[in-house]
Design a protein around this ligand. Structure first.
Ligand SMILES: Nc1ncnc2c1ncn2[C@@H]1O[C@H](COP(=O)(O)OP(=O)(O)O)[C@@H](O)[C@H]1O
Ligand SMILES: [Mg+2]
Length: 323
């Protein structure tokens, strides 16, 4: 029979809602039973744990360690691939991730693995986080966003240990995992920490990624293209580069966002031209603000004048942010 310590550990992990600790304790009991020659019982326990690890239950979803709450945001996004405005080539690569994920069993039969370790790189507000949301929605998986910069600031010297806990979750709980603002540990950005420590954390992170053998999508997003050295490339199955929107993309975005608030006379080409230099996110906001303005002044359509005035605001804000 299991020892008193093992039973207590099992109860404790259940009360703490720590699913992985629970599984570990159960496996320790299985090992204990196996040593006593109780192979049937040991195998039954192991099978139960294996099954539980494969299944994303509601319990699993909230099973992040308490101290990580607030640093990991879990959501169930509902964003369509159609609303993401990116170059065709990039869209095709995103579609390929979805296709391979959906047909991973087919690939596995031939000893192949779906691409799932992804690096997103590009300027802020160009759709990196949105892509993670779209992927989670398309694959009907929860999205777990890990705020790396906050993790580093909060735990300093312990970041490596926290990352280990997170990767243990990844092994146990299915979902799309986004390590956002990943440059906090990768770049030269100074957080008042010593650089050696950051290097170690980055290396630990890359090692965790490399060692991960789950089926989950793991995405690292960075605004800092300097990160893209060879050592990084090796670790990822795919690297997606995000760019500021070109004229066509601006047009597409504005048309999508204004929807029925755009009159047939609205000069889309001119609006797109006036938007050049802004990110998708800035254009998104200008469009929403323009719609709000129309609603509040009891108009059913956005006027070009109000739209360009709002764009101007965004341009000014953008310049300030850059400078
Ligand atoms: N490529 C895009 N297509 C459509 N909307 C976008 C795109 N990029 C950004 N947006 C809009 O701006 C918001 C913020 O963008 P986000 O994905 O967080 O940018 P990033 O993660 O690259 O900094 C998104 O939620 C979306 O509403
Ligand atoms: Mg982002």
């Amino acid at each position: 029979m299991a020892t008193a310590e093992q039973i207590k550990a099992l109860i404790r992990s259940h009360l703490n809602m720590n699913a992985e600790q629970f599984n570990t304790s159960a496996l320790q009991i299985a090992a204990h039973e196996a040593r006593q020659g109780h192979d049937v019982l040991a195998n039954e326990i192991k099978d139960m744990v294996d099954q539980a690890r494969k299944k994303p239950t509601a319990n699993n979803v909230i099973a992040f360690p308490q101290e990580l709450t607030g640093l990991i945001l879990t959501e169930q996004p509902e964003r369509s691939l159609a609303s993401l405005v990116v170059e065709d080539a990039l869209k095709k690569r995103i579609e390929r991730v979805v296709l391979e994920f959906r047909q991973q069993h087919k690939l596995k039969k031939h000893g192949l693995h779906h691409r799932r370790k992804l690096l997103f790189s590009g300027e802020p507000g160009t759709g990196k986080t949105m892509t993670a949301q779209v992927l989670a929605a398309e694959l009907k998986q929860p999205l777990h966003i890990i705020q790396i910069d906050r993790l580093v600031t909060k735990f300093m010297g312990e970041t490596g240990a926290k990352l280990r806990q997170i990767f243990e979750r990844i092994r146990a709980i299915s979902g799309v995992y986004l390590f956002d603002e990943f440059d906090a540990i990768g770049g030269e950005r100074d957080l008042g920490n010593d650089v050696g420590e950051m290097r170690r954390v980055l290396n630990a992170f890359l090692q965790f990624i490399e060692n991960d053998t789950s089926d989950n999508l793991i995405i690292a997003a960075t605004n800092n293209p300097k990160l893209l050295d060879r050592a990084l490339f090796r670790r990822f199955d795919d690297i997606l580069q995000y760019a500021m929107p070109d004229g066509e993309s601006c047009k597409h975005l504005i048309a999508n966002l204004l929807g029925t608030f755009r009159s047939p006379q609205f000069p889309l080409d001119k609006a797109a031209q006036a938007s050049q230099g802004l990110s998708h996110s800035e254009i998104d906001r200008a469009c929403r603000d323009a719609i709000k303005m129309a609603i509040l002044s009891n108009n059913s359509r956005v006027t070009y004048a109000s739209f360009t005035a709002l764009l101007k605001e965004r341009h000014v804000a953008y310049k300030k942010k850059e400078g």
